[in-house]
Design a binder for this molecule. Structure first.
Ligand SMILES: [Zn+2]
Length: 502
């Protein structure tokens, strides 16, 4: 992660910049330098989490946490306690519902039976679906006669009555409504400030907030202006109605690149397919399987954003979603010949030919090695004929730039831990998924630094140990070994030591 092929022996910083990255002998040019001997520990650029929902993750402590809940009795107890503690909140919101290990799927009737006095939303950990009670359905105006929205599905009983489950774009409005008590920018800023302060302990010195509504953008601006933003943020604008097309007035606002090193506007975030319903078009044992939801209008959305001076980052989880993203990129590339730096977020199921197409377009795969833990576990026994799950080695072979990230709060975010999964291919059940797709630990660190900086259009300010770049640094204790990963010894931001292990 230096500007040359040689690892550096010495890095010299002055103020918030790296001024030298070279050999031990170079120190002679800096006789007044204060020397920190790292005692053989490994120094690398600060980690950039290229897909982290910092603003939404910051609100999670405000909600009832149901991550460990696997029974209705437990859910009733947690929601009841939350309702009693928060009598004035109009929606009772639970976060981190998971159905992976226990197939735990509450319904509208289950929630109604808890006798709570308000709308309730139990939000799935993926932030792509949720379950509401009858009062919630009423507040959203959803009745048996309501048709499924485009790109979404209203779960129904056999008689057609909504069962409370709202999938993909059918859940977006419930998300927005239940968020509204917390989205006042001043209040939101306090939560973001608190979470941002904790990230350097995991070596994170910058994040891309990959679905940032206007109120969160305002919160970031106020934090940056008042010196309260602990790390660099690249905001990827997105409407409050999660998963939907960008609002016209945001496209008239600050475009990609505007801002400074602390807070900059990144690409517009768009969606090609679902998260719990990714669009798949694959073959299994010779038989074609078509599954999931493609969101319409992506080509037009990409063109509109590009014409207003934005780059784009497109969520594409399934291989059919990836095809839609590649088609949209091809259309935009034809219309204008600029450095588009197209980003595909997730790339969870792809063929080598698709990845080569991404590379030819100069695109970037923004991937999540930590997904081996939960998604990897779900697909252990599903091996398609024509596309591969979490095809990280194929991404590397294709020549497309690989940027690493967590997708926090949908999963754990510590880069040294997610990288261990990416290098070992170990899933949450302890099995190894498709060992030929292994990418080395060192390559993951490169994807968390140089790759992520490139994905953010910030390679001239961060992501490698090169003179002129920001002195955002981490010191690692231990070997780059997936089975016994290193730990963070120190984190430096802008030349200041901000974290040191005790
Ligand atoms: Zn995400």
């Amino acid at each position: 992660m230096t500007s040359s092929a040689e690892p550096a022996e010495v890095v010299v910083t002055r103020g918030d910049r790296i001024v030298c990255s070279g050999r031990r002998a170079d120190l002679a040019s800096y006789p007044a330098a204060q020397v920190h001997d790292l005692g053989g520990k490994f120094l690398c650029p600060g980690f950039i989490d290229a897909h982290h929902h910092l603003s939404i993750a910051a609100l999670h402590p405000s909600w009832a946490d149901v991550s460990g809940v696997k029974t209705l009795e437990e859910l009733a107890r947690v929601l009841g306690a939350y309702a009693a503690r928060h009598p004035a909140v109009p929606w009772i919101r639970a976060a981190n519902w998971t159905d992976i290990e226990s197939a735990f799927r509450p319904t509208r009737r289950d929630l109604d039976a808890m006798g709570l006095d308000r709308p309730v939303l139990v939000a799935h950990y993926s932030l792509h679906q949720g379950v509401v009670n009858s009062s919630g359905l009423d507040a959203l105006g959803i009745s048996p006669a309501t048709p499924d929205p485009l790109g979404g599905e209203i779960g129904r009983d056999e008689d057609g009555a909504p069962n409370g489950l709202l999938i993909e774009r059918a859940w977006s409005e419930a998300h927005r409504r239940s968020l509204s008590p917390y989205d006042d920018p001043a209040h939101w800023a306090d939560h973001i400030e608190a979470l941002a302060l904790s990230l350097p302990a995991d070596g994170i010195t910058a994040v891309h907030d990959t679905a940032c509504p206007p109120e969160a953008e305002a919160a970031y601006r106020s934090l940056a202006a008042s010196g309260r933003l602990a790390l660099s943020v690249l905001v990827c604008p997105h409407p409050g109605r999660l998963l939907h097309a960008p609002e016209a007035d945001r496209l008239d606002g600050a475009p990609t690149g505007e801002g400074d090193e602390l807070l900059r506007v990144g690409p517009i975030k768009l969606f090609a397919d679902g998260g719990v319903a990714p669009a798949l078009d694959v073959h299994l044992g010779g038989e074609r399987i078509v599954f999931g939801m493609l969101f319409e209008g992506l080509g037009e959305q990409v063109k509109a954003a590009v014409s207003k001076g934005f780059r784009v980052a497109v969520h594409a989880l399934g291989n059919a979603g990836l095809d839609a993203a590649l088609d949209a990129f091809t259309g935009a590339a034809r219309a204008s010949d600029v450095d588009h730096r197209f980003r595909v977020e997730h790339v969870c199921l792809a063929s080598p030919a698709q990845l080569e197409r991404l590379a030819e377009l100069g695109g970037i795969a923004v991937v999540q090695p930590g997904f081996l833990h939960h998604l990897g576990r779900q697909v252990e026994d599903v091996s398609f004929d024509d596309a591969t799950w979490l095809p990280f080695a194929d991404v590397k072979r294709s020549g497309a730039v690989m940027a690493a990230s967590s997708d926090c709060p949908c999963t754990f975010y510590a880069p040294l831990r997610t990288s261990a999964h990416g290098a070992s291919r170990r899933t949450g059940s302890g099995k190894v998924l498709d060992l030929v797709q292994t990418v080395s630990y060192e390559d993951w660190l490169r994807a968390y630094t140089a790759g992520a900086a490139y994905a953010g259009g910030q390679e001239t300010e961060r992501g490698s140990l090169a003179p002129g770049l920001r002195a955002d640094l981490v010191v690692l204790d231990g070997e780059l070994d997936a089975d016994g990963p290193p730990t963070i010894a120190q984190t430096w931001i802008g030349g200041h030591l901000v974290y040191e292990a005790q």
